[in-house]
Write a protein that binds this ligand. Structure first.
Ligand code: ADP
Ligand code: ZN
Length: 524
């Protein structure tokens, strides 16, 4: 038996070279492939770029019959199939972009046994005629790509994914399943295994640590100026700038262009031809920076992306980590910069208002975790890996919080002022207004509510808006204040805050870096 395995190992390596042109397996690829070939259920959790596709592509070539690959994005499907065809592999796809006769041809090829991999969109999979057709085919195994789409706790839930198990069960014969994802917190992982009924699966989870990525978070403050400077310091290097809205994408791409950066926009609202042309320009180095919504990037394999910027605060740590993961795939350094503002969090929460309750609560939880991460003074890598259920015992030395530890200061007096300001303005306002009152500034609101008559008015004039914003945020996260669930953005006092006002105690908070001053120093 040992001899057999050795021989099979040699064959697999031969196939790897012959078909894909690679000399070596990467990491645990070979173990995973063996596991699938032996007919075991398999669960693969590896970061983006680790080489998950090969883990089902190679077994599909070796095993008799057709492997069914369930993949969520139609655009990606064609890409993958084209690539495989270029390697001389008979792979095809089945989705709504095909005509009736094209579909029939694909089905015929599959039933005749020629096709080694068939990519299917989950919504096609649930169709009666597809199920009928699958019953006639010889299926080697089912691969479920982007398996986190199964879980409501993930950032990319797709209801059709929940039907996959019953469809597989309906096939009549037992086929092994391989599920793959790049984003699985322990909770999502459990959910996937439970839903797919694969508690027996062999789990292959590699570390999510991307040692060559540098993580940095800056407060949103003169953000455009900071962005231009950051990108210009990396002139000629490839980078991605993520924005939350299409409008913002257009605006930022234009902003970079007028600042002599070769930048192009990418979002789902663009004409498909323009979108493809812009993507190709980025891949072919005819443009350096692609400014995009999160529609960009899945399945795009550009090894030399040197920086990934989140111009707006992302919706979840999972999404953020996947997007930053597109940097430095060649193993060389990649810089990940995220701009953070509490206003973004509030805005994103508002978008969730119309969602069903459980989904809304979940999104809110994801957002809160994002805010905690952004505000924290702890090693970024430690936090990120912890989020994915890994322990990282030391500080990494390669993130903003390790390289430039935030200054901590005694904030007893300021916290007391801030809490009193919330109480005196009757818990009816957001962070900005509270800051305005503390600084003793004037605006129509201040006057019409008579807030210039309050005792806290102007008490905090020694500090600027950024300071108060940061302090209020930290106080919020520490549980002295809380957000009004009914009124997004409105800050209320929590019991812990009431206790603090009665008996103030020492409290250490961190100061935001002042990037504008750093910018000036560098220029001098
Ligand atoms: P993932 O799905 O995990 O994000 P991919 O399957 O897209 O990763 O693989 C990322 C890149 O690594 C691709 O360009 C792929 O061709 C390449 N790759 C995968 N396995 C190997 C290998 N054994 N040797 C060299 N390159 C590999
Ligand atoms: Zn660190």
């Amino acid at each position: 038996a040992v001899k057999n395995q050795v021989k099979q190992g040699a064959d697999l390596k031969g196939k790897l070279k012959e078909v894909f042109g690679y000399g070596q397996f990467r990491g645990v690829q070979e173990d995973i492939i063996q596991n699938v070939i032996q007919g075991h259920n398999t669960f693969v959790i590896m970061p983006t770029g680790a080489g998950k596709s090969l883990c089902y592509q190679l077994p599909a070539l070796v095993l008799p019959g057709t492997a069914i690959v369930i993949s969520p994005l139609i655009a990606l499907m064609k890409n993958q199939v084209d690539q495989l065809n270029a390697f001389g592999v008979n792979a095809q796809f089945l989705n709504s972009t095909l005509s009736k006769s094209e579909m029939n041809r694909v089905k015929k090829d599959v039933i005749s046994g020629e096709v080694k991999l068939l990519y299917v969109a989950p919504e096609s999979l649930t169709k009666e005629e597809t199920i009928e057709f699958l019953n006639k085919a010889t299926i080697s195994f089912v691969a479920i790509d982007e398996a986190h789409c199964i879980s409501e706790w993930g950032h990319d839930f797709r209801p059709e994914y929940r039907k996959i198990r019953s469809i597989i069960d309906g096939l009549g014969v037992q086929v092994p399943v391989i599920a793959l994802t790049a984003t699985a917190t322990p909770k999502v992982q459990q959910d996937i295994q439970k839903n797919l009924q694969m508690d027996d699966a062999s789990v292959f989870k590699t570390s999510f640590n991307r040692t060559n990525l540098y993580y940095e978070v800056r407060p949103k403050h003169n953000t455009k100026k900071q962005l231009i400077q950051y990108v210009k310091q990396r002139k000629g290097l490839a980078g991605i700038v993520y924005c939350l809205s299409r409008k913002k994408v257009e605006e930022i791409a234009e902003l970079l262009r007028v600042n002599d950066v070769r930048a192009l926009p990418y979002h789902a609202g663009l004409d498909p031809h323009v979108r493809m042309a812009n993507q190709d320009a980025f891949l072919n180095e005819d443009c350096d920076v692609i400014v995009a919504t999160i529609a960009f990037g899945m399945g795009i394999d550009k090894p030399d992306v040197r920086f990934v910027i989140h111009f707006d605060t992302p919706k979840s740590i999972e999404g953020y980590y996947q997007e930053t993961g597109r940097g430095g795939r060649d193993g060389l350094e990649g810089d990940c910069l995220m701009f953070y503002s509490y206003d973004d969090i509030v805005k994103l929460e508002k978008f969730n208002k119309d969602k069903p309750v459980t989904e809304r609560d979940n999104s809110k939880q994801l957002l809160q975790e994002m805010a905690n991460y952004a505000d924290s003074a702890v090693c970024r890598r430690k936090q990120l890996l912890h989020y994915f259920g890994e322990r990282y015992p030391t500080d990494c030395g390669f993130c903003d919080n390790c390289k430039h530890p935030k200054e901590r200061f005694e904030a007893k007096n300021e916290v007391l002022m801030a809490l009193k300001a919330v109480v005196q303005t009757e818990e009816r306002f957001g962070l900005d207004h509270i800051g305005t009152v503390l600084m003793g500034m004037n605006n129509p609101h201040v006057e019409s509510y008579g807030h210039d008559k309050l005792t806290v008015y102007g008490q905090g004039k020694d500090h600027d808006a950024q300071f108060w914003h940061s302090l209020l945020r930290q106080t919020l996260l520490a549980g002295y204040l809380e957000k009004d669930i009914e009124n997004f953005g409105v800050i209320k006092i929590a019991q812990k805050g009431i206790d603090f006002i009665e008996a103030p105690h020492s409290i250490k908070l961190t100061k935001d870096h002042n990037y504008e001053e750093e910018v000036k120093e560098e220029q001098e």
